[in-house]
Design a protein around this ligand. Sequence first.
Ligand SMILES: Cc1cc2nc3c(=O)[nH]c(=O)nc-3n(C[C@H](O)[C@H](O)[C@H](O)COP(=O)(O)OP(=O)(O)OC[C@H]3O[C@@H](n4cnc5c(N)ncnc54)[C@H](O)[C@@H]3O)c2cc1C
Length: 197
Amino acid sequence: MQKKNLVVIGNGMAGARAVEEILARDGDQQFEITMFGDEPYGNYNRILLSNVLNGSQRESEIYLNPLDWYRDNGITLHIGVQADSILRKSKCVLGCDGTIEAYDKLIIATGSRSYIPPIAGLTLENRQYKPGLFVFRTLDDCREIEQARCEAAGHDRHDAAQAREDRARRTRGKRQRLAPHRPALAQLPAGHVPLNH
Ligand SMILES: Cc1cc2nc3c(=O)[nH]c(=O)nc-3n(C[C@H](O)[C@H](O)[C@H](O)COP(=O)(O)OP(=O)(O)OC[C@H]3O[C@@H](n4cnc5c(N)ncnc54)[C@H](O)[C@@H]3O)c2cc1C
């Protein structure tokens, strides 16, 4: 049987989870799977970005689907490529790097964007946002905030890493004292509804 083309736009928590589920149902027998992800990473647990920022987890600890996973499952991932347009009549997705992917089935799982409310004083005269204004949605945002924090504190990279480790140790200690019996909510599997908490 000729396989159909499944294209997924968005390599975030929903897009990658949907593909996991499709694979679990032998979807790789039916589909050639292609994904567009505009972030330059595999899929990570966005919910745990706060832990990366507060230093209680490392970036490497929050990946759900590292790049090997795509390779091992025969998925073509256009990494760091934004899907620019969908040509519905010819059933193609165009990537910002000129990639063209034909689809039989298309999943759009592009999540949301950070919203900056129209607060006076946030923009320069040319309407660009002032330096020092950050949004917090992606690993890259997290890195920018961390970088600014280091610069503000006059730390070099080594001092910042040490400070993060110290914070992580303190945070872990506090967590254990406060809730020894309670699993961290953020580490529960997706779709799990914790009752009795
Ligand atoms: C710091 C933080 C903490 C959070 N904490 C919680 C929490 O405790 N509990 C909770 O329930 N939720 C939490 N959320 C929200 C949760 O992360 C989102 O609801 C979830 O990630 C949504 O999944 P998604 O796949 O729809 O979107 P996303 O995870 O945002 O994934 C969408 C992906 O598609 C990419 N994309 C968008 N457009 C294109 C395009 N045209 N081409 C290619 N790629 C594209 C995006 O860059 C992104 O990588 C938190 C979010 C953040 C940022």
